[in-house]
Write a protein that binds this ligand. Structure first.
Ligand SMILES: C[S@@+](CC[C@H](N)C(=O)[O-])C[C@H]1O[C@@H](n2cnc3c(N)ncnc32)[C@H](O)[C@@H]1O
Length: 286
């Protein structure tokens, strides 16, 4: 006899818990909503006592197996919400994190005129998350996203197309160690969420991160700060007077990154905290 939604969810939750998944109940519900083709996990409640057809139950079983092997839910679903956007992921992109929205809001809070024709640059764009979120809020802005991974650039382009932002976003495969690409004229905003994990710490990351986010998106070198040392002086040379540089930082890095900004002649860097109260973004004016 077919099992009910509630029974399948209970078994899956226990299986994920036993596999060490941090939020097994939520993840089981997200995967069940996907497998059963319902709009949201909330909609499962009204179907709790309904029997689940064998095909949907088998689909759910496969998804639970992947999650129990510590593949992140967003990788399984192939997409992730960021700011107001639903973004497609690829094997070459980091999964965008809610903490990174701190960079978006730090910039928006400081832009004097959101209708202005601003020129933006996103270094290490991944899915295009930061650039596309900003373009969605700044209707007359244009921007370039740069990434060393051609696969990430292709995914970012697909995300720009999906959100109707492709006429204002361009994406370039390039390595910032070779300098910055050449959008015409000085820039009003440069953003970056660079790799910032210390190399020695990579093996200690959760399996979801070390097994599924690309190493080039994580590895910040021996002290985690390699990218900042390169990107901050480059940004200083490319910003318009009064333009903003905003970078995401890892826990404990904000003061050192602020010092790197001051050394590159940025005025009064500010540290902005994420929702957990951790300094997550350093922003300064050129
Ligand atoms: C932490 S991820 C951030 C991705 C995206 N901006 C986000 O916040 O979700 C860092 C990104 O920098 C890119 N990257 C790493 N080293 C690079 C380099 N030398 N030049 C250009 N991009 C680089 C990686 O491929 C990766 O997409």
């Amino acid at each position: 006899m077919a099992l009910t939604t509630a029974a399948l969810l209970a078994t899956a939750t226990e299986r994920l818990r036993a596999a060490g998944v941090p939020d097994p109940r939520l993840d089981a519900r997200l995967l069940a909503a996907h497998a059963l083709g319902v709009a949201s996990p909330g909609a499962l409640t009204v179907r709790a006592d309904e029997p689940v057809p064998a095909e949907a139950a088998a689909r759910f079983e496969t998804l639970v197996e992947r999650r129990a092997a510590r593949e992140p839910v967003a990788r399984i679903l192939g997409r992730r919400g960021f700011w107001t956007l639903d973004l497609v992921l690829g094997p070459d992109t980091l999964e965008p994190r809610p903490d990174t929205e701190t960079v978006v809001s730090a910039v928006l809070d400081r832009v004097a005129d959101r209708q202005a024709p601003l020129r933006l640059l996103d270094l290490g764009t991944g899915t295009g998350a930061i650039l596309l979120a900003l373009l969605a809020e700044l209707p007359n802005a244009h921007g370039t996203g740069v990434d060393i991974a051609p696969g990430a650039v292709a995914t970012a382009r697909a995300n720009a197309n999906a959100h109707g932002l492709d006429d204002r976003a361009r994406f370039v495969a390039a390595d910032w160690r070779d300098g910055l690409p050449d959008p015409a004229g000085p820039l009003d905003v440069i953003v970056s969420n660079p790799p910032y994990i210390r190399t020695a710490d990579l093996s200690t990351l959760d399996p979801e991160v070390r097994g599924h986010d690309p190493a080039v998106a994580l590895d910040g070198g021996p002290d985690g700060l390699d990218a900042y040392r390169l990107v901050i002086p480059l940004a200083a040379r490319r910003l318009a007077a009064g333009g903003w540089l905003a970078v995401e930082v890892g826990a404990g890095q904000a003061e050192t990154v602020a010092a790197l900004m001051r050394a590159a002649d940025f005025g009064a860097p500010a540290c902005v905290t994420d929702l957990a109260g951790v300094p997550r973004c350093v922003i300064a004016q050129g």
